[in-house]
Design a protein around this ligand. Structure first.
Ligand SMILES: CC(C)(COP(=O)(O)OP(=O)(O)OC[C@H]1O[C@@H](n2cnc3c(N)ncnc32)[C@H](O)[C@@H]1OP(=O)(O)O)[C@@H](O)C(=O)NCCC(=O)NCCS
Length: 215
């Protein structure tokens, strides 16, 4: 994830020890006692990475409990993002004086089933994918980039953003994306950012995407 974000964003990718690290009491309390082992491990790895990233910004020992929207409540003066997928977990954190929001996402790269794609991609995005020689891979990149857009939108606006509310433009060569929030959504959300920008990397087995909204 380091390669996708400005150097002043602290980024930590999980190693094996992060999956079994110690949670702080408030974090352990926030994790349901019924949480299955996988959920416990990914939640723990995310917190452990986030804590290391926060320490690099000079913030120590603060619990990261989930908000009502499930997003972590970041310590005062900071904001960040966590992602986990099978075998990969990362956290990215920055000072609120630098950014309004950070968003990161990692997904195992899969070919999204045909019947799922219209729930993720607008017709014009599907048409763009169809023009690519490797058409079947690109809906997964749209999915990952749109998850980032939601993780940027949510802490700023505190409202839901649907996959159909943003139109992506992907620059394949520069590995960058722009997400334009559609006018119908903007009309209902005064003051919302109109455009989000980010970067992505699509390896054969893993898609990673990230973006920031500058303060
Ligand atoms: C919330 C969501 C984006 C998480 O993405 P995911 O690929 O399922 O899972 P990831 O592992 O990448 O991210 C999970 C982490 O995101 C964070 N997260 C959860 N809700 C969040 C929110 N509202 N805002 C920011 N971060 C959030 C949490 O840290 C969570 O990990 P944790 O529960 O262990 O703390 C996704 O489940 C979702 O609801 N998507 C629908 C909305 C959307 O993407 N719209 C597209 C708009 S263009």
């Amino acid at each position: 994830m380091r390669d996708l974000l400005p150097e002043w964003v602290a980024v930590e990718v999980a190693g094996e020890a992060d999956y079994t690290a110690e949670l702080l009491p408030d974090e352990a309390a926030a994790l349901s006692v019924r949480a299955v082992s996988n959920r416990r491990r990914e939640f723990t790895a995310g917190r452990s990475c986030a804590r290391r990233a926060l320490a690099r910004l000079g913030v120590h020992g603060k619990p990261l409990v989930p908000s009502e929207h499930r997003a972590p409540v970041w310590p005062q003066g900071t904001t960040g993002s966590i992602t986990h997928t099978a075998g990969y977990c990362a956290a990215a954190v920055a000072l609120s004086t630098d950014v309004r929001a950070v968003g990161i996402d990692a997904e195992r790269r899969t070919i999204l089933p045909q019947n799922v794609r219209p729930a993720i991609c607008l017709p014009e995005e599907l048409a763009w994918c169809a023009r690519r020689p490797d058409e079947d891979w690109w809906p997964a990149v749209h999915f990952s980039a749109k998850e980032v857009v939601y993780k940027l939108w949510s802490p700023i606006m505190g409202t839901w953003l649907d996959f159909m509310d943003a139109r992506l433009t992907i620059d394949v060569v520069r590995q960058e994306f722009e997400a334009e929030i559609l006018p119908e959504k903007l009309a209902k959300e005064p003051g919302a950012p109109k455009l989000f920008r980010g970067r992505f990397h699509a390896a054969p087995d893993l898609v990673r995407s990230a973006g920031v909204v500058i303060a």
